[in-house]
Design a protein around this ligand. Structure first.
Ligand code: C2O
Ligand code: CU
Ligand code: CU
Length: 487
């Protein structure tokens, strides 16, 4: 179970089915702290993750049918250390085939958990996952071919924090749930009974799933959290299927210290960050500056008028208040990591990818046949071809730097590559924002070329290739994905 310190709505069945507008007027519930499994001091057992059917109340007063990983919704936060090898036993008890992919980890294709590593219902998958990379915030989620969107939305996702000697020694807040918070941001829709609803239609395929209600760590926002005086660290994952989130603080700036694959060279102060689905950022707040503060999200509004005019709406996610307790008293560090600017001239070859929205197939018909809508008949693709399990699209040489250039025929898409961290050379034809100049495994693609400098340290053979894909999960399921080997 999530530690849900919820205090409201128990008796207000009449208010079920309200959207976040009405929720916003209710007394604030506490931010749930996702249970932590801290392995940084050593691993003396196999690590069991049980993928299960569960019931979870997001805050409507009614339980929704969910998937959970050891919990009623989502998985534990796993905190591990560089150099360890994680001996997982992953049991699938969800009543459907699934997979569990380690998003952000630099690991061999054989243990990557992509669509080729299916776990049948009732089976246990036991990969030994080597953690060789630097400190970084990663995550894990279902990657079942054609079912990633639905299974991840229902709860098959969790956070994996990698620490290293330097990050454990760093002069940064690191007391979990006190001055170091992991935030999993998602959007949901709730039906008139207060239950989570996810229905695919042609439109949902087109835009990806966009829910009208935000949830943080499995609880409907806005939530409240009290903070000690001093620096506080927020490790943030956008785990939405399709929604881009612009995050900002009510008062003052956000100081970004890390992106997907690790620390930035030095902190970057910004008024907001734009996070695509799948992205992670770590930020520092100084609670000595403002006694109360709110983490806000600005995102596309729903409904007819908003659809016509593309209107945005700002919603409070977490209302923070500062207590008199002294917390982490240090200052924001000036230097975080040794990170040279990317050297494009190191690249030995260039590959081009165009993400295709329009492959001339009927999305609504696919939606009706949605149980296996992807399969061999994808409606979207990359370089004119929908994903095919038995076709390898690219063969990459291990350890050789390459430039991957990505463009789109329509819309804004978040592009992700397995098995690596890369550096962004350009995003939408321009230099990336300073907070995206560090290690990344996600890049935004809308106009012009987005270019990344990438190399791979592990092998991915033909029977366990890596994936590259759009991280709008409905697009991925619809065929906007390709496969590559590394040898
Ligand atoms: Cu986050 Cu291929 O996945
Ligand atoms: Cu991934
Ligand atoms: Cu897409």
């Amino acid at each position: 179970m999530l530690i849900n310190r919820r205090t409201f709505l128990a008796g207000s069945a009449a208010s079920l089915g309200l959207t976040n507008l009405a929720m916003a007027q209710s007394p604030k519930r506490a931010l749930p702290v996702i249970p932590l499994t801290d392995l940084t001091n050593g691993i003396d057992r196999r690590l069991s993750l049980n993928l299960q059917n569960a019931a979870h109340d997001f805050g409507t007063g009614v339980a929704s049918q969910t998937y959970g990983i050891n919990n009623s919704y989502l998985g534990p936060v796993l905190r591990v250390k560089q150099g360890q090898t994680l001996p997982f036993d992953i049991s699938n008890n969800i009543g459907d085939v699934t997979t569990l992919h380690w998003h952000g980890l630099h690991i061999p294709g054989a243990v990557d958990g992509g669509p080729h590593q299916e776990i049948a219902h009732g089976d246990v998958w036991s990969p030994d996952v080597p953690i060789r990379q630097r400190a970084s915030m990663n995550w894990f989620h279902s990657h079942t071919h054609g079912k990633t969107a639905q299974q991840t939305h229902k709860g098959l996702a969790g956070v994996l924090l990698v620490e290293d000697e330097a990050s454990l020694d760093a002069d940064l807040p690191k007391t979990y749930g006190v001055d170091d918070f992991t935030l999993v941001l998602q959007d949901k829709s709730f039906n008139s009974k207060g239950q989570m609803a996810y229905n695919l239609s042609g439109e949902v395929f087109e835009d990806g799933f966009l829910g009208a209600t935000f949830v943080v760590n499995g609880a409907i926002a806005p939530l409240s959290q009290s903070l000690p005086r001093g620096l506080v660290r927020l490790r943030i994952l956008n785990a939405c299927n399709a929604r881009f989130l612009e995050l900002s603080m009510q008062t003052g700036a956000m100081t970004v210290i890390a992106s997907d694959g690790g620390f930035l060279s030095s902190p970057v102060e910004v008024s907001s960050i734009l996070m695509s689905p799948g992205e992670r950022y770590e930020v520092l707040l100084d609670t000595r500056v403002a006694a109360t503060n709110t983490l806000n999200v600005t995102s596309e509004d729903e409904g007819f008028v908003a659809d016509l005019f593309g209107r945005d709406k700002t919603t409070p996610l977490i209302e923070f208040s500062t207590t008199s307790t002294e917390g982490f008293s240090g200052a924001i560090p000036t230097h975080l990591a040794n990170l040279e600017p990317p050297r494009a001239s190191d690249a030995k070859r260039t590959r081009d990818f165009q993400l295709n929205m329009d492959m001339g197939e009927d999305l609504a018909a696919l939606a009706i046949a949605w149980d296996n809508f992807c399969g061999d008949a994808g409606a979207m693709g990359i370089n004119g071809q929908p994903m095919k399990m038995d076709r390898i699209d690219e063969k990459v040489a291990k350890g050789v730097p390459e430039i991957w250039r990505i463009s789109v025929d329509d819309q804004l898409h978040p592009f992700h590559i397995h098995g690596c961290s890369f550096r962004i050379l350009s995003q939408n034809g321009a230099p990336p924002p300073a907070y995206a100049e560090g290690w990344k495994d996600m890049v935004h693609v809308e106009e012009g070329w987005s270019e990344v400098l990438v190399s791979f340290d592990h092998e991915a053979p033909e029977d366990a290739p890596y994936m590259y894909h759009c991280h709008i999960l409905e697009h991925e399921d619809c065929g906007m994905m390709g496969q590559f080997t590394v040898s």
